[in-house]
Design a protein around this ligand. Structure first.
Ligand SMILES: *Cc1c(COP(=O)(O)O)cnc(C)c1O
Length: 451
């Protein structure tokens, strides 16, 4: 015979020292609701024939529920994938000074829209603008929430109901549903597609201008590559042509590097500065791709055009918040000081030397007494540089089941995200931040001990 145990009341549970001891962490009201939730669940389980759990079990369930409910869904993770700009993992990790700037300006009040010298209302968009113009050589700059917003806003302000010429090779989808043709339509611009998927000539641009195009849009191919029988006029050629007809050229550069990727061992690509030098009137780029800052859409270029964009009603709904402006300014300062390769994590990760990565993977191997150090590739990712990788050294682990081992790695308090290839778990030191290494190794040991 089953021992008949009554289901405890809410009050009796709340009076238990183990439950009331949770007050400090969760507060009374939250605990009451968790107790009720657990008791409701027990009642329905009992009515379907299950036995009533012991008091200890009930306490455990309440504690577990509170723990689950209080765990943030947005958690810090260890990125051992080697993908430097991993959109699913939050793209660029911030530099220390960016974090300090956020804390310093956002724990209290700030001069977000306050002019100290005049003691009255100031402008929010001056904050990063000065640094941006200094670094890129642009006349003016404006920061909005993200680059998709920047492109949309620029087109809405400059090309509403006007024809915009764009090459068919640049009608890209960036991911997350950002499609250049759709953004153009939403902004009110009229799409004037020119050329073909693989070849667009200067004459195609000229024809588009004859057909009434009033703006030329260029979009970086970012996440794909057209190879083989291809042709496209150079940026100076396009801008010279457009300027002859007094048309502005807007370049959606996507990643927008301030440092030439070639100096980091990647394929050469136009920097923001070079794009402006080659005549682009406006350049739009992301804050959290190769720049390595917070999520932002940055527009730099001619003052006259920037002023028009600032005056558009959409600007208000897309403007950057103070956390972003604080972090972006601090990140830009690192560039201005020439420190970015050491202090901005994205640049530091891309700059790592192979010998150094190999030594680090070797240290992991000897510490764990498991796996082999093998040569591999780190992807740049983030829709930044199509298919581009950097040589790296990996620690390859051979657990019984790579899939299950990876699952275990994701359950740690600071989850570890790793790649699987050929049934091996691959760990790339390139993207593991220095202060995460101890936790990484300790948890890998635990994961192995559970094999
Ligand atoms: C990434 C990218 C975007 C979108 O930038 P977000 O900052 O993610 O909004 C737009 N255009 C191009 C060419 C891109 O590569």
């Amino acid at each position: 015979m089953k021992p008949l145990r009554p289901i405890p009341s809410v009050d009796s549970l709340l009076n238990l020292p183990t439950i009331s001891g949770l007050q400090q962490d969760y507060g009374h009201a939250w605990i009451v609701s968790a107790v009720r939730e657990v008791l409701d669940e027990i009642r329905s389980q009992v009515s379907s024939g299950e036995t009533i759990p012991t008091e200890e079990e009930i306490i455990q369930r309440v504690t577990n529920l509170l723990k689950t409910q209080s765990t943030a869904t947005l958690q810090s993770v260890i990125n051992a994938t080697g993908v430097v700009l991993h959109t699913n993992l939050g793209r660029a990790p911030l530099c220390r000074s960016a974090l300090d700037a956020i804390a310093q300006t956002s724990l209290g009040f700030s001069t977000l829209e306050y002019d100290l010298s005049r003691g009255q209302r100031g402008k929010r968009d001056i904050h990063a603008a000065d640094l941006l113009t200094r670094l890129t050589g642009a006349e003016a700059a404006l920061v909005v929430n993200n680059n998709a917003g920047a492109v949309m806003l620029a087109l809405a302000a400059l090309a509403n109901r006007k024809k915009v010429a764009i090459s068919r090779s640049q009608l890209v989808e960036i991911g997350g549903g950002f499609r250049i043709p759709e953004v153009m339509r939403l902004s009110g611009a009229k799409l004037l597609e020119i050329g073909t998927t693989n070849r667009t000539h200067l004459a195609d641009y000229e024809n588009a201008i004859q057909e009434g195009a009033q703006l030329v849009l260029l979009a970086h191919q970012s996440n794909f590559k057209i190879v083989g029988f291809t042709s496209t006029p150079s940026l100076p050629e396009i801008t010279a042509l457009a300027h002859r007809y007094d048309l502005p050229v807007v370049y959606d550069l996507g990643s927008g590097a301030l440092i030439d990727p070639e100096t980091l061992g990647l394929e050469p690509d136009l920097t923001v500065q070079a794009s402006l030098r080659h005549g682009a009137d406006l350049v739009c780029f992301s804050g959290d791709k190769l720049l390595g800052g917070p999520q932002a859409g940055i527009i730099v270029g001619k003052t006259k055009l920037i002023e028009k964009i600032r005056g558009h009603a959409f600007y208000r709904s897309l403007r950057a918040d103070k956390l972003c402006l604080a972090a972006l300014s601090a990140t830009l300062l690192e560039y201005l000081k020439g420190m970015a390769a050491e202090t901005v994590p994205v640049i530091a990760m891309l700059s790592r030397k192979e010998a150094d990565l190999r030594a680090q993977a070797g240290r992991w191997r000897s510490e764990l007494q498991a796996g082999q150090v093998i040569a591999g590739e780190s992807a740049i990712g983030g829709g930044s540089l199509p298919g581009q990788t950097l040589p790296t050294w990996l620690l390859a682990l051979n657990p019984k089941s790579a899939r299950k081992f990876n699952q275990r790695l994701r359950r740690f308090e600071t989850p570890i995200i790793a790649r699987i290839e050929n049934d091996q778990v691959l760990l790339d030191p390139r993207t593991v931040l220095p202060d995460q290494e101890t936790v990484l190794l300790a948890n890998l040991k635990i994961a192995f001990s559970e094999e």
